[in-house]
Design a protein. Structure first.
Length: 321
């Protein structure tokens, strides 16, 4: 078993250990939290120590969640895109987050911390979608309590097994580290393979914003499909010539379209991920003239800003009184 002095030292600083570990992880650092929760839970002498560790975990999670919520509310999609670019699979990060919030709303925060990759972006999406602060705080705090409480309670219920595991790791340290390293390598390999597959999908013809705007002004404009989430469309406004669309309903809507129609897909996501997936789905349905917009919604918004600036510059000046 763990020596008594070490147990006493860990439990003396357990709330601060839990607080710091949870705060760093919820701010986006790739540090595991559940091992800490399991160990602290297994070494707790009773419910008071478990409750104190739970308060520390929830407090740290709320500090980070309120920070990300404020950034999402203040800076919008840019924060979400930045977080997703830090992941090894940015192609699905934004899309999956928006879909979960679109289906579940505030209750998504109850399970967010149990889903790898979802926890870091759930709070910014809540801020982006203008979720009321009180509702966000209640849902996020409840989710943090469920998540941290599950780890602490599991450690306490399995305190004998956790103690044996710690003793085994002390005796077989190199072997344990080798096993952890192998598991980490497999996880990273799977993520890298998914990213490689997405890179292969992305190697398809795109259309630039200048060519798209010229085509829209022509005699036979392409069908423009906007794959932004309803929350982003509500926050930033619709695109006048575009039709709002979701991947889940794409096949149903496209059933009656002519197969020789020119189609352009766009999204507000890193690496045009959703637009690329939609373009591939349409090609599998038999649409040959489909291309994603390079740069997505950011490119469209930048072009709109340039057009407005030119219009203002060309507008006649008001005659002096």
């Amino acid at each position: 078993m763990t020596p008594e002095p070490l147990v006493a030292s860990i439990m003396q600083y357990a709330p601060w250990l839990v607080f710091g570990n949870v705060l760093l992880q919820q701010l986006g650092l790739p540090v595991p939290v559940w091992p800490t929760l399991l160990v602290v839970g297994s070494l707790a002498a009773g419910w008071p120590q478990l409750a104190l560790a739970l308060v520390a975990a929830v407090g740290a999670a709320m500090v980070a969640d309120r920070f990300w919520y404020w950034l999402g509310r203040r800076y919008g999609y840019k924060v979400l895109a930045l977080l997703c670019r830090l992941s090894l699979n940015p192609g699905s990060c934004v899309t999956q987050t928006e879909q979960r919030f679109g289906r579940w709303g505030a209750p998504a925060l109850l399970v967010a911390k149990f889903v790898p990759g979802f926890s870091a972006v759930a709070a910014p999406v809540a801020g982006l979608s203008r979720m009321p602060v009180a509702r966000f705080t209640l849902a996020a705090a409840s989710g943090a309590a469920l998540w941290a409480g599950a780890g602490l309670l599991t450690g306490w219920l399995l305190r004998g097994e956790v103690g044996q595991a710690l003793a085994w790791m002390r005796t077989h340290g190199p072997l344990a580290l080798l096993g952890l390293g192998a598991a980490l390598a497999l996880w990273l390999g799977a993520k890298a393979w998914r990213r490689h597959r997405f890179r292969q999908m992305a190697a398809m013809p795109h259309i630039d914003i200048g060519d798209l705007r010229a085509a829209l002004a022509g005699a036979a404009p392409p069908r423009l499909l906007d794959f932004r989430s309803p929350a982003l469309i509500a926050a930033d406004g619709p695109i006048a010539p575009a039709r709002a669309m979701q991947l889940r309903g794409l096949a149903r809507h496209a059933r009656g379209w002519p197969r020789d129609a020119a189609i352009v897909t766009l999204c507000a996501c890193p690496e045009d991920a959703t637009a690329i997936r939609a373009a591939h789905a349409l090609r599998r349905m038999g649409f040959a003239q489909v291309r994603p917009l390079r740069g997505g919604y950011d490119a469209w918004r930048a072009a709109e800003a340039v057009s407005l600036a030119r219009a203002d510059a060309l507008a006649p000046q008001a005659a002096p009184a």
